[in-house]
Design a protein around this ligand. Structure first.
Ligand code: THG
Length: 294
């Protein structure tokens, strides 16, 4: 069962983002309680780059949610001082550092923090030259990250590899490459965990259609044994999929991935939506905002 990390407490979000900026605890605490109730396994606390006062913002945010949930926290920022402030504030709870990339200065500062605070770490496959171009580059970077982390004393089981998911409307080949890499990771490093930012795949798609892409992509990742996903913690249907309550759709999507070509005329409405969306995410049909209706 996939570990669900709620993405919703987030500097970009209308409600929680404004509350973080104003240091207004009530909306965030309400959200933390609701996400916990919904069954989230972790809360991602995303304060963005937070170049100014990042440490104080993260410390405040950790203390704010801590009063309302016992869930482990994913500390999401590129500001490493803010990560450390979050780790310190969350000393009694479990923390996941989101994230350490393969850029040398990130590794140098990030890996010792993992050891010092006995945290887990997301290994973001972003290197000196930016994003990996295909599945093989992702594999090489994953091996490199795990090797360097092991050298620093971090066991593979504390490493969560993130292949970087990018929007389907930008480049379907990057989506299929990330999926292909997922199937490779289990062989390269069976003990390492995996993680994706699920909603990235639907960034740029019309808001009312995003969940079709997110849910279908989740099922596709499950075929390759995805360990965890940063996802919309308010999407009840997505939780049902992840918790094993939608076996019929999982079976359908996985069979299409295996090469089955069901007759669309024999599918009911929900099945048809999964069918069309799977074909788009596999690159069999070109993405357009009207992919569900054409
Ligand atoms: N990998 C890792 N960390 C990550 C990502 C990743 N952190 C950030 C991101 N990607 C995952 N989190 C989000 C959070 C929100 C959205 C997408 C991904 C999102 N939000 C709506 C939007 O921007 O339109 C707005 C929501 C709102 O207003 O509440 O799409 O890949 N390691």
């Amino acid at each position: 069962m996939t570990v669900c990390i709620a993405e919703n407490i987030n500097i970009m979000s209308k409600t929680s983002g404004a509350a973080i900026k104003e240091k207004n605890p009530a909306p965030i605490q309400k959200m933390a309680a609701a996400l916990t109730e919904n069954g989230a396994d972790y809360l991602d606390l995303n304060i963005g780059p937070a170049r100014k006062d990042g440490d104080r913002i993260m410390e405040w945010l950790v203390n704010t949610v801590r009063k309302f949930t016992d869930l482990p926290l994913s500390l999401d920022t590129t500001n490493q001082d803010a990560i450390e402030a979050g780790l310190t504030a969350n000393k009694k709870g479990r923390s996941l550092i989101n994230s350490v990339s393969l850029q040398p200065e990130r590794l140098e500062k990030g890996l010792p923090m993992v050891m010092k605070y006995k945290a887990d770490v997301i290994g973001l496959l972003w290197g000196k030259d930016g994003m990996p171009r295909d599945a093989n580059e992702r594999a090489a970077m994953a091996v490199d990250f795990i090797y360097q982390a092991n050298e620093a004393g971090i066991p593979a089981s504390s490493i969560w590899i993130d292949p970087i998911i990018t929007p389907i409307c930008v480049d379907v080949n990057q989506v299929t490459a990330a999926l292909e890499f997922m199937s490779m990771l289990r062989e390269i490093a069976p003990e390492a965990k995996s993680i994706v930012g699920l909603s990235n795949v639907s960034n740029g798609a019309p808001n009312n259609l995003r969940h079709y892409l997110n849910r279908t992509f989740m099922i596709m990742l499950m075929k390759h044994g995805i360990y965890s996903a940063i996802m919309d913690g308010f999407d009840a249907e997505l939780f049902k999929i992840v918790r094993g309550d939608r076996p019929e759709y999982v079976k359908l999507v996985h069979s299409i991935m295996d090469g089955d070509e069901p007759d669309p005329d024999c599918l009911e409405q929900a099945e048809l939506e999964y069918y069309k969306t799977t074909r788009v995410l596999m690159g069999k049909v070109l993405y357009s905002d009207s992919w569900l209706t054409t």
